[in-house]
Write a protein that binds this ligand. Sequence first.
Ligand SMILES: Nc1nc2c(c(=O)[nH]1)N[C@H]1C(S)=C(S)[C@@H](COP(=O)(O)OP(=O)(O)OC[C@H]3O[C@@H](n4cnc5c(=O)[nH]c(N)nc54)[C@H](O)[C@@H]3O)O[C@H]1N2
Ligand SMILES: Nc1nc2c(c(=O)[nH]1)N[C@H]1C(S)=C(S)[C@@H](COP(=O)(O)OP(=O)(O)OC[C@H]3O[C@@H](n4cnc5c(=O)[nH]c(N)nc54)[C@H](O)[C@@H]3O)O[C@H]1N2
Ligand SMILES: [Mo]
Length: 725
Amino acid sequence: MKQIVQAACPHDCPDACGVLITVEDGRATKIQGDPGHPVTRGFLCAKVAKYLDRVYSPERVLYPMRRIAPKGPTTQRSFAPHDQIWKRISWDEALDEIASRFRAISAAFGSEAILPYSYGGTLGTLNSASMDRRFFHRLGASQLDRTICSAAGEAGLKSVLGVKLGTEPEQFRHSKYIIAWASNIHGNNVHLWPFIVEARRKGATLVGIDPYRTRTAECADWYLPINPGTDAALALGMMHVIIGENLHDADYVAKYTLGFEQLCEKVKEYPPERVAQWTGISAGDIRKLAREYATTRPAVIRLNYGIQRSERGGMATRAVVMLPCITGSWKEVGGGLQMSLSGAVDLNSDALKRPDLMKTALGREARTINMVKLGWALNTLNDPPVKALFVYNCNPASVCPEHNEVVRGLLRPDLFMVVHEQFFTDTTDYADIVLPATTFFEHKDLQKAYGHFYIQVSNQAIAPLGECRPNVEVFRALAERMGFGEDCFRETVDEMIDLALDVKHLWMEGIDRERLEREHVRFNFGASGSGSPASAAQLRSARPGQRPGPTQFFLPFANGNFRTASGKAELCSEALKAEGLDPVADFTPPTESRHGRNGGSLPLELLARKADNFLNSTFSNLPSMQEMEESGLLEICAADADVRGIRDGDRVRVFNRRGEMLLRARVDGKVQPGVVSAHLNWAKMTPGFQSINALTSEKLTDMGNSATFYSVLVEVERIQPNAKQ
Ligand SMILES: Nc1nc2c(c(=O)[nH]1)N[C@H]1C(S)=C(S)[C@@H](COP(=O)(O)OP(=O)(O)OC[C@H]3O[C@@H](n4cnc5c(=O)[nH]c(N)nc54)[C@H](O)[C@@H]3O)O[C@H]1N2
Ligand SMILES: Nc1nc2c(c(=O)[nH]1)N[C@H]1C(S)=C(S)[C@@H](COP(=O)(O)OP(=O)(O)OC[C@H]3O[C@@H](n4cnc5c(=O)[nH]c(N)nc54)[C@H](O)[C@@H]3O)O[C@H]1N2
Ligand SMILES: [Mo]
């Protein structure tokens, strides 16, 4: 029997694609983009187009496994379920062992000695944060501060706007000036690209601001390579020009912003000549960019999270987000800025996660541990120490900074570690027990997006392979083993989806599970009126007639409606002042950068970037993905290579005081002098089992306590051809 199932890609990407899965006699035989999805429109990224290779990979974890060998990676392909490393056990044995170890650890050290560790494996609402949170709250485990990705940017964005909202992708087709700022659209957000193509066909200009010449930068009309971590200076310099030349929208500023006078004072400190010294962008180009941005209308900024993986990433985001607030481009269809759109509607998160259960367990809230500092938590934290780690939706032995410290902690003989996974990853190399996880083909979930405003149910297409279980079912079973009697542990998946959708919000009117099982639904902005939909005149002028149905463009801040304490876009923020930060915005060079306090220590700034054809560490073990992505490279410019006697193809050692990595030099003009770049991969795919995160630091950002993957200094040396590795 042949059937086509409507699903949604749950990987950590802004696009959250509508997907159609063809199933024949119980087996998935085809995956394609859903042409009915108004944003992702029928095509898939190169990775997910090959998703059958992932689902049916011979290397899937299919059964619960117990370790019978010492911890640590052994061979580069130790992700295959070797008999010498793993012994298959039953789910009953696995769950009993986990429950009894958790009980013993709680009795001896207190329940906070247990740490859940999860992040972006799936963004499905239920399988990312519902039954798992209930379980750990009820257990009284430590809480995890999930800041590894976007917390600094979120803090920066919200410090101005009060909410994670912005310009929807469909409006980019109406823009005349598009800035891809720290935004690798071709790699990380490819479904925005066709809207940009459409805009450019109608004459729009595309500008790229990135220290790495991405494919997006290569396609741009104007590419501005910027020194890493200096974006706050660039934005302040642009505002210096815009305000100085009276190109701002005085009416919008007066009505809807707070602190413009303080901003005017502040930007005086950032004349283009001074900004040029930090950013590496000439004063002339800064002026040109500022003028073009302020006068070409509508102009939109696609700001992505690359900007905030830097020591001062919160401030940098804040400064950039001020730009559309002073030019008033929020008023225009195809104007404004997009970073994350996830804040339109908050689903019923407390009901899903039940933080109140922590009080049942402990009589108070549990302590919180920042996930970025896993190495520190495992090696240094006491009172109580972390004695058990339960990892799911995450591959910390690959993606966490200070890899060597993380590995040292994971090797602690007294640490009990469970990993719920689809594959034998870097992290399962340190697990005592591995549990098999379903992919999105094998379970049902609810899917929101952070790059558009559509929500849908991802239906289950096939039965779980082997003995795989979804996260929801693993934590339900564990709760039962631990004797947790609350009703919430017995809720079905459909009941939980209904609960998630049970929010009193105008934008949610008419949106329920039955509808989402059949169609992708946009939040109901038009009907409510409170979201400042575009005026009729704007619609007439902007709409060439191809937009179907009752949908209106959503302009969240056309009439103010900022969600800050003051209700205005806060160009000066009392809350930041209270935290000891500049209440307007300022630029301080990252300590690990050429202009920073450690600027003299090592000469090269490393961008430890993501790969275009993997998703963080996901996909990097699959042969069909490896074919698309050349790994093991250190990209370096000709001048920096020459002075070190390095030629294209040479083996090089990249190092700093935290660690080292062996790579092959690629001299291809992707980076500027002073910058080198390499991408994230599984540690065990490399010589010496090193992740690029051996070089990155646990240091946190200025706002949001996020990771600083892009504030890293290194040195590079050529390895003599006959040297031993
Ligand atoms: N193909 C693919 N898609 C992905 C991912 C992936 O790994 N691969 N990851 C997903 C995830 S988890 C996320 S969070 C999203 C978001 O992904 P993005 O927000 O796009 O994140 P990055 O790729 O880290 O950074 C974007 C760009 O910022 C640049 N950059 C680095 N430092 C600076 C700087 O100081 N200034 C400026 N102006 N630019 C800088 C980088 O070179 C990069 O090209 O993408 C998702 N989509
Ligand atoms: N050097 C460097 N490091 C980085 C970054 C960078 O740009 N450079 N990016 C950072 C960013 S932005 C992020 S978001 C993090 C991401 O870090 P992670 O959240 O660890 O993301 P992935 O590497 O995609 O690994 C997710 C894992 O979850 C598993 N998984 C998928 N679905 C499920 C499921 O339903 N259940 C269970 N139990 N497991 C599942 C996958 O098989 C995969 O191994 O990495 C960060 N690390
Ligand atoms: Mo991320």
